[in-house]
Write a protein that binds this ligand. Structure first.
Ligand SMILES: [Zn+2]
Length: 295
């Protein structure tokens, strides 16, 4: 059962693809790490475009383990952008584009390889105790059973999550930013002060932008959502009272006042079938250019 999924997008596969881009586009792409996951995997950050530009945007993916197709999409978008910039595009985007394609590599490893995807003994033992299902194919949390996208300080306290203890999903953690993966994102965001952030998730073909923000922040976020909606055809969701808080986008909006949007790709249940990727790619391939044009 896992074999088929191994052919999909693992952290190692992603690392190889990124290193290939580094080789092919030397001087136009930079790679580092913003931290290491609990099971000791690099949380890669790529920068393309004008690295020293004042304007900066952040794209993130796979904060939920089973949504690893978003990592594949982001690396392909990176390649597409490099091709455009280095081989013919005559637009000059004065923007530094930061990409963290896989925020939660341990969660993805659990989906791909089950418990064998985790290397540290103490994590494995704990995971075997907390798992409720037969396998880990649909695991969303990190290797400690915390749903990273409920671990940010944006109505975290008020949010009564469905799970009160470590779990495959929907457990918010002991306190905000309790997880190294969450911390990696907040630390980077506080340092870089992006002009926009885009969080890729799956699935549902919808765009979330509304966290009750007001004034210019509201207008700017709405504008961002509209460009994404026009490009992808995904539905823009207004209102936020029914949406669970404490996600990265929520924190970036509430605490950092950065226009921030979540894009949910794909139609089926996550992990999405590879068969969906060509359509997802068609809908999302021009997102970067279209966003950068309005920045
Ligand atoms: Zn998600």
């Amino acid at each position: 059962m896992y074999n088929e999924r191994i052919l999909q997008y693992e952290h190692e596969t992603m690392g190889k693809e990124i290193r290939d881009l580094l080789y092919r586009y030397q001087g136009n792409i930079w790679l580092d790490s913003v931290g290491r996951s609990f099971d000791d995997r690099e949380i890669y950050r790529i920068i393309v475009g004008n690295r020293t530009a004042e304007k900066k945007i952040l794209f993130t993916g796979a904060i939920h383990g089973r949504e690893y197709m978003t990592a594949k999409l982001l690396v392909k978008q990176t390649e597409h952008f490099l091709q455009y910039m280095c081989e013919g595009g005559n637009e000059d985007f004065d923007v530094a584009v930061h990409v963290i394609p896989m925020v939660n590599p341990d969660g993805a490893a659990l989906c791909h390889r089950g418990i064998e995807g985790i290397r540290k003994k103490e994590l494995k033992e704990k995971l075997l105790k907390i798992k409720e299902k037969e396998d880990f194919v649909r695991w969303k949390s990190n290797a400690r059973g915390v749903d990273l996208n409920r671990n940010f300080d944006a109505f975290w306290k008020e949010y009564s999550c469905e799970k009160q203890k470590p779990s495959a999903e929907k457990y918010k953690g002991a306190y905000p930013e309790s997880e190294v993966e969450t911390k990696a994102l907040t630390r980077l965001t506080r340092k870089e002060k992006f002009q926009a952030t885009i969080s890729y998730h799956s699935s549902g073909e919808v765009i979330y932008w509304d966290f009750g923000q007001q004034g210019k922040l509201r207008e700017d976020t709405k504008k961002l959502a509209k460009v994404i909606g026009d490009t992808t055809g995904y539905e823009i969701i207004d209102g936020w009272d029914k949406i669970a808080p404490a996600g990265y986008k929520d924190w970036a909006l509430l605490e950092m006042k950065i226009p921030s949007v979540t894009i949910e790709i794909g139609k089926g249940d996550s992990p999405l079938s590879e068969n969906e990727f060509p359509e997802i790619w068609e809908k999302n391939k021009d997102i970067w250019k279209n966003i950068l044009r309005i920045m």
